[in-house]
Design a protein around this ligand. Sequence first.
Ligand code: PGA
Length: 252
Amino acid sequence: MAKKIFAANWKLNKSPNEARRFMGELSLEAKGNPQAFSNNQVLIFPSALAMEAVLSERSSQRLPIAVGLQNAHQQASGAFTGENSAAVLKEMGGEYVLLGHSERRSLFAETDEALANKLAFVQSLGLVPMLCIGESLNQREAGNTNAVLAEQLKNGLSKARPDLPLTIAYEPVWAIGTGRVATEEQVQETHAFVANALKELGQSGRPILYGGSVKADNAKSLIRIQNVDGFLVGGASLEVKSFMGIVLSGLE
Ligand code: PGA
C-alpha cells in the first residue's frame, strides 16, 4: 500500500532558529516512533529563508522526511526579482514544490496557465509538484464545486507528464485556516470526483491529499476515507505535538 503523505505547510512562519528547534523536536519523535516516519511520508514546506536550516537539520539528524518549496518560478534563473528557483531547491536536496495554494491564487494572482508551466518545469527537474485545487464557499453553495475543480485540474495539468510523479491537494478555500473542516461526506464525494477527473485526464492513481483545518482529532476519521492519501496541514503543523497527532493517524 502506498504511504500516506503528511505535509506541513508553514506558510510565512518560522525563522531558521525556530525551524531548527522544530526539527530537533521532530527527530526526538522519530527516535521514539520510527514507524510513524517509515510507514508514512512526512513532508515539510518551510518558507524559503528557513529552507537551509530545515535541510541541514534533516541531514544531521538523519530524519527520513521530504522537504519542499511553497512556490517556485517556472524558470531556473534570470531576471525575476523576488522569485525562488526550483532548480536551486533541487541542488540543495529538496524534493517537492507546492503549486497553486489558494493563498497564492488569491493574494498573488497565480493563474492556471502559470501553474501549468511551473508544474511542467518542476517535473522536468525530477522534483514532485503538489498542485492545490479548491472551491470557494460561493462556488460550493452555487453547486459549482465539481466544475471548478475539473477546470483547475484540466488547466493546471495541461502540461503534466503522466510518467513522472505528481500529487494533488484538495483544499476547500472555506476550510483553510477557518476551523471549519469539510464533512466526511463532502471529503468522500469530492475526493472520488477528483480521482475520477484525474483518470479522465490520463493522470489516474495520483495521491490526493485533503487540506483545510485538519487537526489530530478530525484526522483519524478523514484518513480512513477512500481516495484520501494524506493531509496538507497549515496551522496544526506549526507545533510538533499537534503535527505528530495528525501523522499518527496514518498508523491506525
Ligand atoms: P490550515 O491550512 O490547516 O491552517 O487550514 C491548510 C493550508 O492552507 O494548506
